[in-house]
Design a protein around this ligand. Structure first.
Ligand code: PEP
Ligand code: MN
Length: 354
């Protein structure tokens, strides 16, 4: 059997969303294993479904199918665990990799239960981001595993659910995994483009984007016959489509040392530093004006928030930035941040006065 090393670069995990039957799993596994890049075979055995009545996984008996798939392909296998019983059963069947699903990472009780069940084992655990964009829950789950003495830990970015309908099933909110990578530079970060995109057409671009952000691997759902899959049919790809994706994506290097470009990069970075310095000065000066405005509003008992004026400020800048390379989303988000900080400063001034 191939050895599982979650720290190896280009960690590709692939397999069906769910293990549906012995035939479906073994067929999928065999076809997927033709792709030599695939390092781990995945399949969900216990499926957390939003509504009752759907296929909730084949349960413990499917662990035996995973074991067969491992013997057939020589690939390590992985599944999702959400309770102590899941962990015990999975370890009993020698499942090589366990992952904590997004609906579990949100719940510290469940994460602790899993951590306690794993104490004293040599298990490999990947932690998916929580379903809501809460970095601290993700951090907390890592800390719980570490406290339980689990050393082989990695992260999976699968996007965040939102009420608004967007092009993604789960909005990637890349800034959150980027921050997670900064906090835990030693943990491998795997992208799950299947659950981010929600449709097979989107998997390539999300995968490539993650590799451009220096991710260490991908977890892609692949099924021998996706159209009849019992879960997540729209986002699963055939093993052949998986091959195409793996052949097309481009792995980039994060090392900037030594290359001919290193000098030019240094010059550009120095320019960026200078602009950042100017930005801080400019923002500070702008907030100085906010301070004066806060004082004036305080003296004259005016509300800090002047909605109409804020609307005008935003519209004016959005209009002005139309001809620039900045996206409207960025400009709006930036101005909103600026406005909140300006309100904070105005409030402080007001409080000092009263
Ligand atoms: C899955 O990987 O099939 C799954 C249920 O994922 P998530 O926890 O990201 O929803
Ligand atoms: Mn799925």
């Amino acid at each position: 059997m191939k050895k599982l090393d979650i720290h190896s670069k280009k960690l590709i995990i692939a397999g069906p969303c769910s293990a549906e039957s012995e035939e479906q799993l073994l067929q999928s596994a065999q076809e997927i294993a033709q792709n030599k890049e695939v390092k781990v075979l995945r399949a969900g055995v216990w499926k957390p479904r939003t509504n009752p009545g759907g296929f909730e996984g084949a349960g413990t008996k499917a662990l035996a199918w995973l074991d067969q798939a491992k013997k057939l392909t020589g690939l390590p296998v992985g599944t999702e665990v959400a309770t102590q019983k899941h962990v015990e059963d999975a370890l009993h069947f020698d499942i090589d990799l366990l992952w904590i699903g997004a609906r579990t990472t949100v719940n510290p009780f469940s994460v602790q239960e899993i951590a306690d069940a794993l104490k004293g084992t040599n298990a490999t655990v990947l932690i998916k981001n929580p379903i809501n964009p809460d970095l601290k829950l993700w951090v907390g789950a890592v800390e719980r595993m570490r406290k339980a003495g689990i050393e082989k830990v990695g992260l999976i970015h699968r996007g965040f659910s939102s009420y608004n309908h967007t092009e993604f099933r789960n909005a990637p909110m890349w800034q959150i995994p980027i921050e997670m990578k900064r906090l835990f530079p030693d943990l491998p970060m795997i992208c799950d483009p299947s659950h981010i995109s929600g449709k097979r057409e989107g998997i390539f671009s999300v995968s490539q984007k993650s590799l451009d952000l220096d991710y260490d691997g991908l977890m892609i759902e692949s099924h021998c016959n996706p159209d009849v899959a019992l879960t997540d049919a729209a986002q699963q790809v055939t093993p052949l489509q998986l091959k195409e994706i793996l052949n097309t994506i481009e792995w980039k290097s994060s090392s900037v040392e030594g290359g001919d470009f290193a000098k030019s990069l240094e010059v550009f970075r120095e320019q960026i530093n200078q602009f950042d310095d100017q930005l801080v000065t400019l923002l500070n000066d702008r907030m100085g004006v906010s301070e004066n405005i806060g004082k004036l509003k305080g003296e004259n008992k005016l509300t800090v928030l002047q909605s109409k004026r804020w609307g005008e400020v935003l519209q004016r800048i959005l209009k002005q930035s139309e001809t620039t390379r900045l996206s409207a989303d960025f400009v709006q988000g930036f101005m909103e941040l600026l406005h909140v900080e300006s309100i904070r400063i105005q409030n402080e001034k007001k409080e000092i006065l009263s």
